[in-house]
Design a protein around this ligand. Structure first.
Ligand SMILES: C[S@@+](CC[C@H](N)C(=O)[O-])C[C@H]1O[C@@H](n2cnc3c(N)ncnc32)[C@H](O)[C@@H]1O
Length: 575
């Protein structure tokens, strides 16, 4: 790290000073870092929004396989551009559950800490479609032997061929970097890749123009000292990694562009982000907390699908954050990462709901405090479960559950904490999974039913994933032997009722998975195979028949009453 130089706003800043008004860490004027800096200016030139350049828009749109006519236009929600369903070539709306486009992102990086089972070149996984490793399910796949690179011990490859191809394409530049920084953020690793690719001439002129036109929030990063300092070290590392061949000015501008425009990699079967991808068209899509589309990944492909009907001429939106978190947490994240306050209808309605339930700002502050405490509590419980013996205090799930009750009591003045207000649904689901791991089926089933059925999410990909978490508890519950003392001692739902609910729910999940993820998705196929396998064991009334509908309704009523869930939260067959 170089020594400090003055960076006041009146100085004639050269390439080696931090941008004007930035009090982050300045670079050493005597450093050789910038000797080959072809790009002396720290401040990016004014950005031309994509939609002002039809030729560039055309080439961005050509990078994807679109199933619907698309256009890049001036956004209706943000300052720059956005992606729209075209209304010139198309007059009919796009229904819910349709593919909008798919593409192979320009760059993608999976963080092996978050998912060690994905090849870093072809991005195929050695887990089954539910994300379970083969050792747990007994499934053997071609890519079973995903091995780490012996150089860095970080990058993973499913075959020698993938390892060789990755080496020529990017890993020869990245191996040393990953060895030094094994936990590097996906966006930062992709920044290194982009810089190396630019040097090697791997980036086409058009791709380069897209990168130049990206929203960077450069000013916001530069203005706040701690944000500037946060990215400064990374930028310096990138310059160092290129042996000083690339100047700090260029890296300093590209870095916030990567942070702003990479999309989190979520596989179909998991809600958690496991890496970062940079896709030229997806970088144009703006955010809504009530989006009409979503992105997921399968293998090398990124797919964007509609969540509800989209009218011709309507802007396509995705959620940049987990939709299940509460309005305050969403706004905070969007402000921190994207520098805007979300003003979508959902945010306004949720905020109004809090105000009407809690009346005063003091009570709202108490809600936010309780929400943070709950998240910390669950994080500690999950950590303790993954590190047995390290923090016994959080291993006792009955104590965690009692604390959950304490945190959620007395926050709402005239009622209990409503079951749909975050993070209660998610906390209950986590706790259910931890109880299931400890084979404590009674609290696991009760909490899974409460968490899932009372949550706000009633359809779409998140609903499918949450229902699959509930299914994993129901399936274990359905396998308890008929003479188990659980039925007597705990008033546990009868085997018939559990089976009726399991078949009914899985039937709905199959249909919704087809709509949400598409019939050609590996995940949808795996869910439907699972359902078919279960159904084969069912001799009597089958989902779809009148007899089954009666069996299901009655069974669900009793199961919900046992779990303390109101009947209105139950699932209607054939929704
Ligand atoms: C990935 S870019 C989206 C495309 C961008 N509008 C453009 O012109 O390149 C993300 C940035 O768009 C802006 N943005 C996205 N959604 C927004 C929203 N709902 N409200 C305000 N700004 C938004 C923010 O500046 C955000 O950091």
């Amino acid at each position: 790290m170089g020594t400090k130089t003055s960076t006041n706003s009146t100085s004639q800043t050269g390439p080696k000073d931090l941008p004007v008004a930035t009090a982050g860490k300045p670079i050493d004027n005597n450093d050789n870092d910038n000797d080959n800096d072809s790009d002396d200016d720290w401040t990016p030139p004014p950005r031309e929004a994509f939609h002002t350049d039809p030729k560039l828009c055309h080439s961005i749109l050509r990078t994807v396989a679109a199933s619907a006519p698309l256009r890049i236009l001036s956004s209706t929600i943000s300052m720059g551009s956005g992606l729209f369903l075209d209304n010139k070539t198309n007059t009919s709306p796009l229904p819910a559950g349709r593919e909008i486009y798919r593409s192979v992102p320009l760059m993608m990086y999976i963080n092996p800490d978050l998912n060690p089972n994905i090849c870093h070149y072809c991005h195929s996984s050695n887990t089954d479609a539910f994300g379970a490793p083969p050792s747990m399910t007994g499934t053997k796949t071609e890519t079973e032997t995903i091995k780490s690179c012996s150089g860095c011990g970080v990058a993973r490859f499913c075959s020698k061929k993938c390892q060789r191809l990755a080496w020529t394409r990017f890993h020869k530049d990245e191996c040393k970097i990953l060895k030094e920084h094994p936990k590097m953020r996906g966006e930062y690793l992709l920044l290194h890749r982009l810089v190396f690719w630019q040097q090697r001439g791997f980036v086409t002129t058009e791709q380069g123009r897209v990168v130049e036109g990206l929203e960077t929030h450069f000013t916001e990063y530069s203005k706040v000292e701690e944000r500037a300092a946060e990215i400064y070290d990374v930028a310096e590392d990138v310059v160092k990694a290129t042996g000083g061949k690339v100047g700090m000015g260029l890296v300093w501008r590209l870095l916030p562009a990567m942070r702003t425009n990479c999309v989190g990699v979520r596989m179909a079967e998991k809600k958690d982000v496991v890496g970062a991808a940079f896709d030229l068209l997806t970088a144009v899509i703006n955010h809504s907390c009530e989006p009409n589309a979503f992105v997921f990944f399968e293998g090398n492909e990124l797919k964007v699908r509609s969540l509800r009907e989209i009218a011709p001429g309507e802007e396509i939106t995705i959620s940049y954050v987990d939709k299940n978190i509460d309005v305050a947490a969403r706004r905070k994240l969007l402000q921190h990462e994207h520098f805007f306050e979300c003003r979508c209808i959902r945010c306004r309605n949720e905020h109004k709901e809090h105000v009407s339930l809690l009346k005063t700002s003091k009570n709202i502050a108490a809600l936010h405090l309780a929400q943070r405490s709950l998240i910390t509590l669950m994080k500690n419980a999950v950590w303790a479960a993954n590190h047995p013996g390290m923090n016994a205090q959080f291993e006792d799930l009955a104590t965690i559950e009692a604390q959950l009750r304490i945190h959620t009591s007395n926050v709402f003045t005239n009622s209990e904490w409503p079951g749909h207000i975050a993070p209660l649904p998610m906390s209950r689901m986590y706790l259910a999974a931890l109880y299931l791991d400890q084979e404590k089926l009674v609290p696991a089933l009760r909490l899974a039913l409460q968490g899932k059925l009372m949550s706000r999410c009633k359809s779409g990909p998140d609903w499918v994933n949450e229902m699959m978490d509930l299914m994993s508890v129901l399936i274990v519950a359905g396998n308890i032997p008929p003479d188990s003392p659980l039925y007597q001692a705990e008033g546990f739902p009868t085997m018939d009722d559990t089976h009726a609910v399991t078949y009914g729910y899985l039937h709905e999940v199959c249909k919704e998975a087809g709509t949400a993820f598409g019939g050609d998705s590996k995940y949808t196929k795996a869910i439907c195979d699972m359902f078919a396998g279960l159904l084969a064991k069912k001799p009597d009334a089958r989902p779809g028949s009148k007899e089954f509908a009666v069996e299901f309704e009655e069974g669900q009523k009793r199961v919900l009453a046992w779990a303390g869930v109101l009947e209105e939260f139950g699932i209607t067959l054939g929704r």
